[in-house]
Write a new protein. Structure first.
Length: 507
């Protein structure tokens, strides 16, 4: 009797009405986060000029969002499994829009850092909820692969739309306007999402363990902070102590998850080699790319002299490549193999980063544009397939927690990449030799050097800027080389860890 009824039940689940309209709401949330992440890099020179942050404060503005979101993603993904993914998505989107206003009107580096941290709290609710809802909306594996591809393609499109819209706003308004573009997207998401999104949650969730939440937050933030500080300022007792505290908290978190009947994160997921391999690939990919991504807008504007809109358009090939690859990645992984598509994508990104080690101040756009296109294609294939592997590895009741692990790897990779590779750039840059009278602020950041040049004699200013730009490019190419090594290592690891991994073919 059961076997007779099962196909009808499965077909009904597969053909859930309105699932594609519901997906359109979820991709708005992805668009919200992607646009916000990209416009920050574009606005950095203007924020630097207006708020006058130190080099360390500038790095904090760039990565505190990732610190906070990395510390809270698992907790928020698990909370969504418990109270409802639709509910946490809509609350988070509303908060994201409201806090964007605080970012727009920040009046000091300290206020900007706090605003970015609060945005991380709101952002931690969005990404796990969107992927978990996709897992529950699309039960047919091929449909789910396409939905994940559209999800990833929207994130890539956001990285393209963000710089272009942001560049237009920066050329016509003040830098805070780039954060206000979140508001109309958030408003549409909430209004339409209330009507279209189905609620889903774990029917037997167990309590939300606050001690685990605290251990996760302290652990992630402590470890990432320690890495950042040591990379920036060298080894000292303070970051070592904070890092040790973070490591102990993470150890306590893991031990506690293994003893709880309903943990925030089921650590047994990592026994699945495909799941672990996909998570590791995501982490290493973002780690290798983030240094380049964070400093690319500064290179295009402050070294090559492009305007904000032109700089945004110059970054477009990466998004175009990622969108195109994301939409066909599932089909490619089924035709060839998961490990071939993921490893091949990562190797393509690594080789493109290696090509960027030849960048100079006057490098033509053909080299940069081609490299960015290949980076986008490789990342689009890899990220789409790894997200599909992660979602397919868990029961749908735990989709929020599993999605949060994927997003945690992404954000942790971003934070570590900006900390380590960003510190390579700033470390090389700060040692440039300027003419007599070069102020200390010029050594803090390239934006600081451009601002300092305005108050120096023309000849000395030009000499100082030439030296500063050359040093910045040297740091950027060194970071690209390090990123290339990380990506090629990730390609090798994925080849072995994703052996025999297959995407489901359908019911």
């Amino acid at each position: 009797m059961t076997s007779t009824l099962q196909p009808a039940t499965t077909t009904e689940a597969v053909k859930r009405p309105g699932r594609w309209l519901a997906l359109s709401v979820l991709v708005l949330a992805v668009l919200l986060v992607a646009v916000d992440a990209t416009v920050l890099g574009l606005a950095t020179p203007y924020i630097s000029e207006d708020l006058d942050p130190s080099g360390t404060q500038l790095l904090w503005i760039g990565d505190v969002y990732s610190f906070v979101i990395a510390g809270l993603l698992v907790s928020m993904g698990s909370l969504g499994d418990r109270i409802g993914r639709k509910k946490i998505l809509l609350v988070g989107a509303t908060a994201f829009g409201a806090i964007s206003v605080l970012n727009a009107y920040a009046t000091s580096p300290e206020m900007m850092i706090v605003a970015r941290a609060l945005l991380g709290v709101a952002g931690a609710t969005l990404m796990p909820a969107t992927l978990a809802l996709i897992r529950n909306l699309f039960h047919d594996p091929r449909e789910r692969s396409l939905a994940v591809g559209i999800w990833g393609a929207t994130a890539s499109a956001g990285t393209a739309v963000g710089p272009i819209v942001g560049g237009f706003l920066l050329e016509h308004f003040w830098w805070g306007s780039v954060f206000l573009i979140n508001l109309p997207v958030m408003a549409v998401l909430v209004v339409v999402g209330i009507r279209l999104l189905p609620e889903s949650r774990n029917p037997n969730p167990g309590p939300w363990d606050l001690r685990s939440v605290l251990l996760s937050l302290v652990g992630m933030v402590g470890v990432v902070y320690a890495v950042k500080e040591i990379a920036t300022h060298g080894v000292s007792w303070e970051p070592l102590a904070v890092g040790l505290l973070g490591a102990l908290a993470l150890y306590g978190f893991v031990r506690r998850q293994l003893t709880l009947p309903e943990p925030l994160l089921d650590m047994r997921l990592f026994r699945n080699r495909g799941f672990s391999g996909a998570v590791l690939a995501d982490l290493l990919t973002i780690l290798g790319l983030s240094g380049l991504v964070f400093f690319l807008s500064q290179y295009l504007q402050l070294v090559q002299g492009r305007g904000p809109l032109e700089a945004g358009l110059a970054e477009l090939p990466a998004a175009v490549g990622a969108v195109a690859a994301g939409l066909v990645a599932g089909r490619a992984a089924r035709r060839y193999s998961v490990r071939a598509v993921v490893s091949g994508g990562l190797a393509a990104v690594g080789l493109s980063l290696a090509a960027l080690t030849v960048l100079g101040q006057s490098t033509g756009y053909a080299v940069l544009g081609t490299a960015l296109l290949v980076v986008g294609i490789g990342a689009g294939f890899s990220f789409t397939v790894t997200a599909d592997v992660i979602l397919s590895s868990v029961p749908k009741e735990h989709a929020g927690s599993a999605s949060a692990v994927s997003e945690t790897a992404y954000e942790l990779g971003a934070a570590l990449g900006i900390a380590v590779l960003g510190s390579i750039v700033t470390g090389v840059y700060s040692n440039f030799t300027g003419p007599a009278g070069t102020p200390d602020s010029a050594h803090e950041s390239l934006g600081g050097a451009v601002e300092s040049a305005a108050s120096m004699p023309p000849a000395a200013a030009q000499t100082m800027l030439d030296a500063a730009r050359e040093s910045f490019v040297n740091g950027l190419t060194l970071a690209a080389g390090a990123g290339a090594a990380v990506l090629l290592l990730a390609a090798v690891a994925a080849w072995f860890m994703l052996k025999n991994e297959r995407l489901e073919t359908g019911h």
